[in-house]
Design a protein around this ligand. Structure first.
Ligand code: GUN
Length: 287
């Protein structure tokens, strides 16, 4: 049996359930979950991510309203748009695709989004809620990664989980979720002394550093479960290829399970955005 965790299939199954739920909300409560997706500028990777998010919404019957703003948009103009979306009861989720251009302070943007509509789970109120174990909106990539880990391993308690990377979007919330599941959690990062020997102790290894093929076979314990969050574009023989933070070909034979890139964490991130949007719509309507 293959040890590759099929994130695409997992995401398709989750989205199929959400599609049924969206139809029921429409029929029984006249409620159409909807999300505003805001893209500032023309970053090519962000354009692809936004297109994929909007496409998933269409498949599920979730209404998506795209706001494409020029790269010169001022912070004040973006904050005005967010204020309008916060006050629009027909919009249940607001996502501002990151990164935003330099003239805009991303912290100010994330703080301006109503925590109830913060389907990314990046608002400090949602981060704080998670820190004390009262999850409200949970960041999509860590949530999707946790779902796959639980599906594969069942109970995670007592496992040593090592998270490589300490970003606010993935590393820190991933560590928080794993701690909630009673894992022993270690975060390693660019200043960690001897990352490899710590990674070798991991039952669960989550790589979220953004360095192509960073993790090699001699970094992983025999039988570990590896979640590769990286999405890195590299040139191989003159062709553009997507690879993760884990050297898949080197590591695969040593581990009990591994997520591929593409087709692993990426589709689950989008599926969890759909999940959060449906949850936000229900919460805002007392359901
Ligand atoms: N840019 C990279 N990942 C993300 C994400 O999960 N949400 C948003 N809003 N922007 C991102």
């Amino acid at each position: 049996m293959s040890n590759v965790i099929n994130g695409k299939q997992f995401a398709d199954d989750l989205c199929e359930k959400l599609k049924t739920e969206v139809a029921t909300l429409q029929e029984q409560h006249n409620l159409s979950p909807s999300i505003a997706v805001v893209l500032v500028g023309e970053d090519p990777a962000s354009q692809v991510y936004v297109r994929n998010k909007v496409r998933r919404c269409e498949q599920l019957g979730i209404k998506s309203i795209e706001h494409r703003l020029s790269a010169e948009t001022s912070e004040a103009d973006l904050l005005t748009l967010i204020d309008e979306l916060n006050n629009d009861s027909a919009i249940h989720g607001i996502l501002v695709q990151l990164p935003v251009p330099d003239q805009i302070n991303d912290k100010a943007v994330l703080a301006a989004i109503s925590p109830k509509k913060d389907v990314d789970g990046f608002h400090i109120e949602n981060v704080g809620a998670m820190a004390v174990g009262e999850n409200q909106m949970v960041p999509c990539t860590p949530l999707g990664s946790l779902m796959m880990l639980q599906d594969h391993l069942g109970d995670l308690s007592g496992k040593h989980a090592v998270v490589i990377g300490r970003s606010n979007i993935v590393g820190k919330p991933m560590a928080t979720l794993l701690l909630q599941q009673s894992c022993t959690v270690t975060i390693v990062h660019s200043r960690t002394v001897d990352i490899q020997s710590i990674c070798r102790q991991a039952d669960i290894l989550v790589a979220a550093v953004g360095i192509p093929n960073f993790v090699k076979a001699d970094w992983v314990k025999e039988g570990a479960v590896v979640i590769d969050v990286g999405i890195n574009r590299i040139e191989v023989d003159g062709k553009s290829r997507l690879v993760g933070d884990v050297d898949f070909d080197d590591v695969q034979s040593k581990v009990s399970a591994i997520t591929p890139v593409p087709g692993g964490v990426g589709p689950m991130t989008i599926a969890c955005l759909m999940y959060n949007t449906v949850a936000a719509a229900k919460m805002q309507n007392g359901l």
